[in-house]
Design a binder for this molecule. Structure first.
Ligand code: ZN
Length: 261
């Protein structure tokens, strides 16, 4: 049985071409040389932050989780999410975030740690501090599953435009932070890197390829290095992670594990 520990890193609004053009080369080189990866991952509609996170964690489309914008509404039929499933398997979940709205990604009690540093108060420093905090905790306490969320790139893109100078600087910071997390990983950790959605001009939410296409990468002993996958879905990430960790996905999840048996 597989029993890997997993760190999932999500960079909000990260487009695949931003990974390819980023001046800090770590993320691109890591994906292309160390991971099984795709620059052609498909997110869900509406391509908005909270609906995409709900789909990522619950492996269903917005028609099934019912979250259509960034305001959370309690669903009438709740589906177990990634944090809930891992918690039921006695896994220790740590969550790091700069955006408060992500508080509803799991049921109460599923998190062993929940660190929130507000982007709107601290700007770039929120990401720097959050990353240091995550690196420290991972090295010292070795949680089973970590979700590290970085919102800086999306905020800069809304203000200054996707693929502009400020957005690309935020992507550089994300690449630098992912490098730090990678170097902080003790033996036995795998990593999954993705985005919730892309963006165009100063917005997202449409079904345009610029909004819908995301990078997805899997790193660890179960993954072939440097293998590019053609098209994979955001919905497949949660089933893949539970599979990597030797747990079972709920029957009502729509995604499938990408792990080759
Ligand atoms: Zn956004």
């Amino acid at each position: 049985m597989e029993n890997n520990k997993v760190v999932l890193v999500l960079v909000d609004g990260l487009r695949p071409d931003a990974v390819q053009q980023c001046k800090h080369p770590f993320l691109r080189e890591f994906m292309e040389k160390q991971c099984t990866y795709s620059y052609n991952g498909l997110t869900i509609m509406p391509s908005l932050t909270l609906p995409c996170h709900m789909s990522l964690f619950h492996s269903v489309g917005a028609d099934r989780h019912g979250i259509l914008n960034n305001t959370y509404i309690r669903p009438s039929h709740a589906i177990d999410g990634l944090f809930d499933v891992l918690h039921a398997h006695k896994k220790k979940n740590f969550f790091y975030r700069t955006w408060h709205e992500l508080r509803d990604l799991c049921r109460p009690g599923a998190l062993s740690r929940d660190i929130f540093i507000n982007y709107y108060t601290y700007d770039n420093a929120a990401d720097v501090e959050l990353c240091e905090c995550a690196c420290r905790d991972i090295a010292a306490e070795q949680p089973d599953f970590v979700f590290y969320y970085s919102g800086n790139s999306d905020e800069k893109a809304h203000k200054y435009g996707w693929m502009g100078e400020e957005y690309m600087a935020a992507v550089e910071l994300a690449s630098r932070n992912i490098e730090k997390i990678y170097h902080a990983l003790p033996e036995g950790y795998s990593m999954v890197i993705t985005a919730d959605h892309g963006g165009h001009a100063r917005t997202h939410g449409t079904d345009m390829p610029e909004d819908m296409t995301i990078p997805i990468a899997f790193y660890g002993p179960q993954w072939e290095k440097g293998k590019e996958l053609e098209q994979i879905r955001l919905l497949d990430i949660a089933p893949t992670i539970v599979d990597m960790m030797g747990c079972e996905a709920p029957a009502d999840w729509d995604g499938v594990s990408l792990l080759k048996k």
